[in-house]
Ligand binder design. Structure first.
Ligand code: BGC
Length: 829
């Protein structure tokens, strides 16, 4: 596939013209345009033919504008699964498919991709990012951007910048020196800007880069000098949702749009600041011109919407991407690929076999029409097999959501005014944990939920809520609080996933039970007025030991055993960081017990970010299956039937123990997250340590074996290196090899560099017994360093060692290349 060339960067004349249009508009209209009309749109200005411009999350699908009840979207594999394919064309195609989804939902700007770095494995949004390596992140991110914008939809790159963990995410300061910032954290944004990105999101955090310490929505050095100046970004900077806290500082700092609206720190306050001379008119005209340029690009101003030309079957893409990105962590002698007609019985075991975790939690959530379960997928691929499914253990701490439909629930919400008077009573058809969009006159809500409990025994009812409330279950008080909360209900981890007290309800004979709550309405700023209540229920059932034994018995009897373990929505989500890398519940014990009786069992890890796998070396076949998206079951069945090779490679390092993780957390100390490790992030730090990880960066075995025959490295015209490698497929199945070229150089006093780093990669599909030539380009930037005193990139003249291999530790060939004048050691800039 030939990718389109970079977008033209010569837009200054165009911006001048649009600035001229801006000057013709009344100041009120201009300022109004700079704050959202609502949660997802900017205002129209009819006089200049500007229609509303709409935004939507991003980055595992395009959710839509929330205007259609029950709206569904295609759920893609999570970003880390996409990057695990190490495939530029796939990333581009995913971008194109996002654009098609966007247009289908009436969306102009997709709030994706997220190109923050996986600095610590506990980061809550790890699954939304591409890699711990800046180059892999840059390549995948830039191709997703190109794919989206190729179809005339805007990408919004997020979150600019150093927004790499969730704890205290709206208040913490990331302290990152300018060299580290340029070489690691800014690099993917730079790549996205060079790929032509039309918009960028300013993050919640503050950043201290040594020049300025400010909130990212008001960081004039990073937004204006670096992003718009040094990197040449000509698009709009939009705030993360409710991230902006200042009026003048953010307007002068380089922010162009405050989202969401109406309200917030701009609007009337910004108008007053302009009128008082605190913000010059030209600043407003520049912001408006950039918005008009965005509008023109997406067909919201004077040009029509570009017709979508991407016509492939998106479900097929989702299925293919999930299977392709899957990483074979272990392939030790068992036969993992089965003939369709072969297995007469399949034992499908594990909490994630029953309920696959197909996406991480938070703002990236989309609602697919249907998720293909592993049972459905295996049953379709292996039609002769009798598939039995056993959960084996419960991996959730919280009780499951109360199943309102099967329990014939009736839900009633009574609105009360500030004086306690009943304003109205409404019946609700469904309940998703929230009641949103409440009018100002509603000061509190009484929520009554009546439902059936049939099974004899003790039922657990759990109501997770926040803010001032009072709850009774079955007429018995459960919890109460007079503490009110605000927008933290959306943004703060400890608040937005409320656990809640548990009531035990004993059932002798089937009967109706009532949850009765009274909630003070929460004003969540731009997210509106709402109440929050998670309704959870656990019915009486088998004990943990009984579940485990049933699974082991099934594995003993089955011809083929597949165990799917992993994380879930309680573990990996926006809003909080993990506190452990352990698999939740008794899942490790489950795997060990199954391996005792079925040593050939295929173990699939259904998680986005690293978890410790104590049994890894015992198992013969282990797959890392990511958050695979809506075609989860088909993807795993395609892999096991040999229809598609799981040719993923880890985009991060899998730790062997929590104790060895180089950056174990992102916890602020006195409000500061100190990026003290500098450029030594991820595998670069593991390579400096004495401990080997459980699986290195770049690892992935596939279903065949490879021989690396020879490699040559030559200086390229751009100052980089061209590496040519011959690889042969020595196994008996067609396979796809990702050829990775790492770089190292002898240490130079005063020049901080990783001991080894990824320089470039490419992939090739090869038939058994065949040899292929792979050309890996190592761009000049991959050899350059950021020179702090001169604020410029420099290419140190050196002999660079090029290490070609299958992962950062499985190096098959070494070669060297001289760049610049090595005799004098003079730097070539
Ligand atoms: C997230 C963004 C997201 C925005 C809109 C924020 O809380 O950080 O990634 O795009 O919400 O949903």
């Amino acid at each position: 596939m030939t990718l389109p060339s970079l977008a033209s960067r010569h837009t200054s004349a165009e911006l001048d013209d649009l600035r001229a249009i801006a000057r013709t508009l009344p100041l009120e209209d201009k300022v109004a345009l700079l704050t959202g009309l609502n949660m997802w749109s900017l205002r129209a200005i009819d006089s200049i033919g500007l229609r509303e411009v709409t935004f939507s999350d991003g980055p595992v699908g395009v959710r839509g504008l929330g205007l259609i009840e029950g709206e569904t979207s295609i759920l893609f594999p999570s970003p880390s699964a996409i990057s695990a394919a190490w495939d530029r064309n796939l990333a581009f195609e995913v971008g194109q498919a996002f654009a098609r989804e966007a247009r289908g939902h009436g969306v102009d700007v997709v709030l994706a991709p997220q190109v923050n770095i996986q600095r610590t494995p506990v980061a809550g949004r790890h699954f939304e990012c591409y890699s711990e390596d800046p180059y892999l992140t840059s390549v995948v991110g830039a191709h997703v951007v190109r794919g989206i914008q190729d179809q005339g939809v805007a990408a919004c790159i997020k979150h600019f910048v150093a927004n790499d963990s969730e704890t205290d995410r709206t208040t913490a300061t990331s302290r990152v020196d300018s060299k580290t910032l340029h070489e690691v954290y800014l690099a993917p944004f730079d790549a996205a800007v060079q790929a032509g990105a039309w918009s960028i999101m300013a993050a919640y955090n503050q950043t201290d880069d040594g020049t300025e310490s400010s909130p990212m929505t008001a960081h004039s050095h990073l937004l204006t000098d670096v992003l718009k100046g040094e990197l040449g970004f000509d698009g709009v900077v939009v705030s993360d949702w409710v991230a902006t806290r200042t009026t003048v500082q953010s307007a002068l700092g380089g922010l162009d749009i405050v989202m969401p609206g109406p309200g917030g720190p701009w609007e009337g306050k910004l108008l007053a600041a302009v009128e008082a001379g605190l913000v010059p008119d030209e600043v407003i005209d520049n912001q408006v011109a950039r918005i008009l340029l965005l509008a023109r690009r997406v067909g919201a101003l004077d040009l029509p919407i570009k017709a979508i030309s991407y016509a492939a079957d998106v479900r097929e893409l989702v299925r293919r991407a999930a299977a392709r990105g899957t990483v074979v962590l272990r392939n030790e002698g068992a036969q993992p690929v089965w003939d369709r007609e072969a297995p007469a019985s399949i034992a499908l075991i594990g909490p994630n076999a029953v309920r696959p975790h197909v996406l991480g939690g938070g703002s990236s959530t989309v609602h697919p029409e249907h998720v293909v379960t592993p049972e459905e997928g295996l049953a379709a691929r292996f039609p002769r097999a009798n598939v039995v499914v056993h959960r084996g253990c419960d991996s959730r701490m919280l009780a499951p959501q109360l199943d309102l439909a099967s329990r014939r629930a009736v839900i009633e919400a009574t609105h009360r005014g500030a004086d306690g008077r009943v304003l109205r009573i409404e019946k609700l058809d469904s309940w998703d944990g929230w009641l949103r969009g409440l009018p100002v006159e509603t000061a509190s809500i009484d929520l009554n939920v009546d439902f059936d409990l049939d099974e004899p025994g003790t039922h657990a009812i759990q109501v997770g809520t926040v803010g001032a409330h009072r709850i009774e279950v079955d007429s018995v008080p459960l919890s109460s609080s007079s503490t009110e909360v605000g927008v933290e209900v959306i943004l703060d981890s400890s608040i937005n996933n409320p656990e809640g007290a548990v009531a035990s309800v004993v059932i002798d004979a089937p009967r109706r039970v009532r949850i009765a709550c009274s909630h003070v309405v929460i004003d969540a700023e731009g997210y509106g007025r709402l109440i929050r209540a998670e309704l959870r229920h656990r019915a009486p059932g088998p004990s943990g030991d009984e579940e485990l034994i049933a699974a082991v018995v099934a594995a003993t009897a089955a011809e083929m055993t597949v165990v799917i373990v992993g994380t879930n929505e309680e573990v990996e989500s926006e809003g909080w960081d993990r506190t452990t890398l352990a698999l939740p519940g008794r899942q490790n014990e489950l795997v060990e017990r199954v391996l005792d009786v079925a040593p050939d069992a295929v173990i699939v890890v259904n998680a986005g970010a690293p978890v410790i796998l104590p049994w890894l070396k015992r198992a013969r076949t282990v797959l890392w299956g990511w958050f695979p998206g809506q075609e989860a079951g088909h993807a795993i069945a395609d892999i096991l039937a040999g229809v598609i090779e799981p040719s993923g490679r880890l985009p991060w390092t899998l730790p062997d123990s929590e104790n060895h993780v180089p950056v174990p957390d992102g916890l602020p100390v006195n409000g500061v997250v100190d990026y003290a490790e500098g450029v030594h992030v991820g595998y670069r730090a593991w390579e400096r340590a004495t401990h080997a990880p459980a699986a290195p960066f770049g690892h992935g075995l596939g279903w065949t074996t490879w021989n690396y025959l020879d490699a040559t490295a030559l200086p390229a015209d751009d100052g980089g290196v061209t590496v040519t490698v011959n690889v042969s497929n020595t196994g008996n199945r067609t396979g796809r090899e990702v050829v990775q070229a790492y770089v190292s150089t002898t240490p130079e006093p005063g020049l901080e560099r990783p001991v080894i780093w990824l320089g470039g990669f490419d992939s090739v599909q090869v038939a058994p017994g065949e040899t292929a030539v792979v050309t890996v380009e190592i761009p000049r930037r991959q050899l350059e360093v950021w020179d702090v005193p001169s604020c410029a990139w420099k290419l140190p003249a050196r002999t660079y060692m090029i290490h070609v291999g299958r992962s950062v530790t499985d190096i098959r060939l070494d070669t060297a290349v001289q760049i610049g004048d090595v005799t004098t050691g003079r730097s070539t800039t």
